[in-house]
Ligand binder design. Structure first.
Ligand code: ATP
Length: 382
């Protein structure tokens, strides 16, 4: 069967795997024609095809020379000799091609040492979970090749590592587990759960850990993934971090906060960041628009967003209205009226803006009158 229940309705004929592959990734026909050695679709794209999901990033493994296959495919080849990988663009889709390889870990958490492998099996054996360790041959019978029982785990909704040392070799796989568990609503298989709770992220560099967490933060179900990490005792969240990331996610989906800050950065900060100025901002109770503007102007948009998510509801109006309020006049107008260059000009303009924000004046003429009064008075107060 191809596809989970939501994708295949009872009265529609079941699509074969070959048909699904052709429909979702027609650009792979070109690879089929260009390949002289066995080549396979591997990893997430196989998983997503079996789940009946749409297009995924394409990873291919060739039992041979990846760069040679890439150059036969023509356009836009970027090849990395050391890792025997190449990137090509087919009909506008990026396709990663790798020569089959095996990996070993010189010590826990280290970057793997990559060696060429003669066949696909070794390449699948280095992968993180059974559901990511399947392949579909692009020629011949369209598999899937499934030496680790990934298809059964996909059907029961289980994340299972391929061997007991998996999280010791690479503890970032524990972070990946939270990403997949939340995305697909999967459970950890029993032994995998025990191994995961013993995972030690301290052997991994902060850069690699944060890159994986940032990827997790960009997922639709990131708040759930953060609570899993918390529950599994793998990562220490900021207090209320999972809930805060959920509030931030919902703000980013609605006006005026929509897309103010990249989602991954915002959710990462909400779940894991150390509290900074946002807490005081959230607790502030400005009594006028000008007070609100004085508190919020010039702050990092991320800080505003977090403060709003922490309860600073007044920030909605700041973002929507008050931050857009500008004067019709500028310093030139004051100079033209005879005010000498200097700090008095700034004081005059600031006061005019404050009064405009608070609805006490409007129009160019009134702005100019207030700004001149203040600029001309010695102490800057009208
Ligand atoms: P996504 O849908 O999130 O892109 P993906 O499965 O394509 O998921 P990638 O991170 O692009 O994930 O990795 C591609 C494949 O490489 C995975 O499916 C998995 O087989 C393998 N892989 C990636 N990272 C690891 C890792 N840390 N350890 C073992 N295998 C990995």
């Amino acid at each position: 069967m191809v596809g989970n229940p939501p994708m295949s309705t009872a009265d529609q004929p079941k699509e074969s795997l070959a048909e699904a592959l052709q429909r979702v990734h027609p650009e792979l026909d070109a690879v089929r024609e260009a390949a002289t050695e066995p080549v396979y679709l591997v990893g997430g794209a196989v998983r997503d095809l079996l789940l009946g999901l749409g297009r995924a990033d394409i990873d291919l493994v060739v039992e041979g020379d990846a760069a040679a296959l890439a150059s036969r495919l023509g356009a836009d080849v970027v090849s990395h000799e050391r890792f025997a990988t190449a990137k090509v663009s087919l009909d506008g889709h990026v396709v990663d091609i790798a020569s089959a390889r095996a990996e070993s870990y010189p010590h826990p958490g280290a970057l793997p040492v990559v060696e060429p492998a003669s066949g696909l099996e070794a390449d699948l054996a280095r992968r993180d979970f059974t559901i990511n360790a399947m392949a579909i041959p692009l020629r011949g019978e369209p598999g899937p090749i499934d030496p680790h029982g990934g298809r059964a785990d996909l059907e029961t909704g289980l994340l299972r590592v391929l061997h007991p040392g998996s999280f010791v070799d690479d503890p970032t796989r524990a972070l990946r587990a939270a990403r997949y568990a939340s995305r697909f609503d999967f459970e950890l298989e029993r032994e995998t759960a025990a191994l995961l709770r013993a995972a030690d992220l301290s052997t991994v560099s902060a850069d690699r850990r944060d890159a994986e967490l940032l990827r997790l933060a960009g997922e639709a179900e990131a708040p759930r993934a953060f609570s899993l990490l918390d529950e599994w005792g793998l990562v220490e969240l900021r207090e209320g971090g999972a809930e805060l990331s959920a509030s931030v996610a919902s703000l980013l989906g609605s006006d005026p906060w929509r897309e103010l800050v990249p989602r991954d950065r915002a959710l990462f900060a909400a779940a894991l960041g150390s509290p900074a100025g946002e807490e005081a901002l959230a607790e502030a109770r400005p009594r006028s628009p000008s007070e609100a503007a004085a508190l919020a102007a010039g702050r990092d948009p991320l800080e505003l967003l977090l403060a709003r998510a922490l309860g600073g509801v007044w920030l909605d109006r700041y973002l929507d209205e008050w931050r857009h309020v500008v004067l019709e006049i500028d310093g030139e107008a004051l100079i033209a009226a005879g005010v000498p260059q200097g700090p008095a000009i700034g004081r005059g303009l600031d006061e005019a803006l404050r009064r405009k924000l608070d609805g006490k004046i409007s129009g160019r003429e009134q702005e100019l009158r207030v700004a001149l009064e203040v600029a001309r008075s010695g102490d800057g107060v009208a």
